[in-house]
Ligand binder design. Structure first.
Ligand SMILES: Cc1cc2nc3c(=O)[nH]c(=O)nc-3n(C[C@H](O)[C@H](O)[C@H](O)COP(=O)(O)O)c2cc1C
Length: 149
């Protein structure tokens, strides 16, 4: 099972969420590659079995500029088999809270086997841990289902 988290983070909130989510994989002895979007070898996207996208939101609930290439790669490459999840941090001060998560969600739903989404306000708090665990478990449930079928 080849798995990756691909993320972007400027002020560290989304990166914190990456660490929390990665911990669930580590605790369950599951290897997962962690890449910033800048470092991810985009041509290898379709070689993965599971990909998790992590993003903040920008402008008016927009995708960060650096995520556009990854977004397009999902649209262009053969990724129907990919189990995916998308999470992000945002700020409820803005009218479109975690808009980039919604944008990825709609596209991933159309092009991949999207299992779950997660939105967190700014820096993750201990109260967000149960949401992160749910996120992880939903992904694993989808993995099991894919193995059975
Ligand atoms: C100029 C600007 C625009 C933003 N626009 C949005 C937005 O539309 N929706 C939202 O939920 N958060 C918005 N945010 C908040 C960031 O997404 C939020 O602070 C996020 O946690 C930053 O993630 P990072 O620490 O991983 O970089 C905006 C922040 C800035 C500075």
């Amino acid at each position: 099972m080849k798995m990756a988290i691909i993320y972007t983070s400027v002020t560290g909130n989304t990166e914190q969420l990456v660490h929390i989510i990665a911990l669930f994989f580590k605790t369950n002895n599951q290897a997962i590659d962690i890449y910033t979007v800048h470092d991810f070898p985009i041509q290898q996207l379709s070689t993965y079995d599971l990909v998790i996208v992590g993003t903040y939101s920008w402008g008016n609930g927009d995708l960060p500029k650096e995520m556009e290439g990854l977004y397009e790669a999902f649209e262009m490459q053969n990724v129907d088999h990919l189990i995916t999840g998308v999470f992000g941090t945002g700020d409820r001060f803005y009218p479109h809270f975690c808009g980039a998560v919604d944008e990825f969600r709609d596209m991933l739903y159309a092009h991949t086997n999207l299992a779950v989404t997660l939105k967190v306000e700014l820096m993750p708090q201990s109260s967000d841990l149960s949401k992160c665990e749910k996120f992880y478990k939903s992904l694993m449930k989808r993995v099991q289902k894919a193995k059975v079928n």
